[in-house]
Design a protein around this ligand. Structure first.
Ligand SMILES: [Zn+2]
Ligand SMILES: [Zn+2]
Length: 273
């Protein structure tokens, strides 16, 4: 309880002095991306660019610091598309493939900065990263391999450059996933449940990003109505939905049906906080 009061104190007192942040949605699609390979559906054949969703990730930028949340299979394309020429750190939510598979391409940033990349992840995610990219952690390394510095995080706030990050624990069926709060902005992906105590850490956010897979229920993701219910319960003024499947439907059609203050995010969307 003391911890959550302390966090509430940080959030409520420091919003005004937070450095302004720009958030860029690098990807807003579920694990298969949209369009999905070989799918004949109308969403996968839509000509609306908002129906084209790379795997879920965001870029968070202050005046001096740039970090990315997750490096899915589209990481390289996302860095090129957003013209990211410097990256200070990578924050990981959880170790599923659609959130870690692109990590190898961090090599380019190592090459130009001459520095290892700071990785912030919980123990579970670190284990998977070491298992899936063993060559990056071998004693004798080939030149040109990824250079990574692992930093352990759990639910304690930490600072990257001038950005204060508060992790929030959420659940992806039985897997713990880290959501992240940056000032008045909270980013949640791959969740279907949030404990009451952790909801306290989200309250007071002006902007919430939360995963909504599709209209029908799913075992490990919030559905559209479940995500909207969380946003209402936490009294969030503006909510953006992410990690969407082609089963959600056409962007423009679904967006029109949403209540005030809730909208589907789309790739390349930028918001300032
Ligand atoms: Zn995912
Ligand atoms: Zn489809």
């Amino acid at each position: 309880m003391a911890v959550s009061r302390y966090l509430a104190f940080i959030h409520h007192t420091s919003n005004v002095s937070y450095s302004p942040l720009t958030i860029t949605f690098l990807g807003t699609g579920t694990s298969s991306g949209v369009p999905m390979i070989a799918c004949p559906c109308e969403v996968c054949h839509s000509v609306n660019r908002k129906d084209k969703r790379l795997r879920t990730s965001i870029l968070v930028q202050s005046a001096t610091t740039t970090l990315v949340v997750d490096t899915g299979p589209d990481f390289r394309h996302q860095m090129l598309r957003a013209n990211v020429t410097h990256l200070d750190a990578i924050l990981f939510t959880h170790p599923h493939k659609d959130h870690v598979a692109g990590l190898d391409d961090v090599r380019a940033f190592n090459f130009f900065s001459g520095q290892p990349m700071d990785i912030y992840a919980n123990e579970l995610t670190q284990e998977v990263i070491i298992r899936e990219f063993p060559y990056a952690f071998s004693e004798k390394k080939y030149p040109g391999l990824p250079e990574l510095t692992l930093n352990s995080i759990d639910t304690e706030p930490f600072v990257v450059g001038d950005i204060l990050v508060t992790p929030v624990l959420v659940w992806h069926l039985k897997m713990p996933v880290l959501a992240f709060r940056f000032g008045s902005f909270t980013y949640i992906t791959d969740a279907n449940r949030i404990d009451e105590a952790e909801k306290e850490k989200i309250k007071g956010s002006e902007i919430l990003v939360i995963n909504a897979l599709r209209k029908d229920q799913h075992v490990s993701h919030f559905s559209l109505s479940e995500a909207i219910a969380i946003a209402r319960e936490l009294q969030i003024p503006q909510t953006w939905l992410t990690h969407m499947s082609h089963q959600m439907g056409m962007h423009d059609n679904v967006n029109r049906e949403l209540p005030n203050g809730v909208a589907l995010a789309y790739d390349t969307l930028k918001i300032k906080i």
